[in-house]
Structure formats: structure tokens, C-alpha cells
Write a new protein. Structure first.
Length: 75
């Protein structure tokens, strides 16, 4: 049974190592994402909130945080 336990222990350590690697990878990719968003922040012309350009609604040269604010400002 000694060998079986040793294999089991090795398997557990390997699994923990894999989980740790995935955790580190997830953290680094999250960091890259926020850095990208930080680079493209725009200001809603209506309420002044800062939002990522990819989520903003563009109208001519102005940005809006939502369709409602775009309509409020152009009405
Ligand atoms: Zn707004």
C-alpha cells in the first residue's frame, strides 16, 4: 500500500500545481484586460461618467454611457 499512497500523493501535488498555474495565468490575463480598458477610457457627454471606449456609444465626436443618455442629450 506504500507505493499506492506515494502515487496518490504525487497525483494530488500535480493537481494542486496545475490549479496554481491556472490561477497565476488567470490573474495575469485579468491584469492585461484592465490595462487595455484603462488606455481607452472615454467620458459620457451627458453625465460625465468614465467608461471603456468599447462599451461607449459614439455619436459624431461625443461618447455616451448608454442609449438613454444619448437620446437625452440629442433630444
Ligand atoms: Zn451617461
Amino acid at each position: 500500500m506504500g507505493l499506492f499512497r506515494l502515487i496518490l500523493l504525487g497525483l494530488v501535488i500535480w493537481l494542486l500545481f496545475r490549479l496554481y498555474q491556472r490561477f497565476i495565468k488567470g490573474r495575469s490575463s485579468q491584469k492585461q484586460e484592465t490595462r487595455q480598458i484603462d488606455g481607452d477610457m472615454v467620458r459620457c457627454k451627458h453625465c460625465g461618467i468614465h467608461i471603456p471606449e468599447s462599451e461607449a456609444i459614439k455619436k459624431d465626436n461625443d461618447y455616451y454611457c448608454s442609449q438613454a443618455h444619448l437620446e437625452d442629450d440629442t433630444r
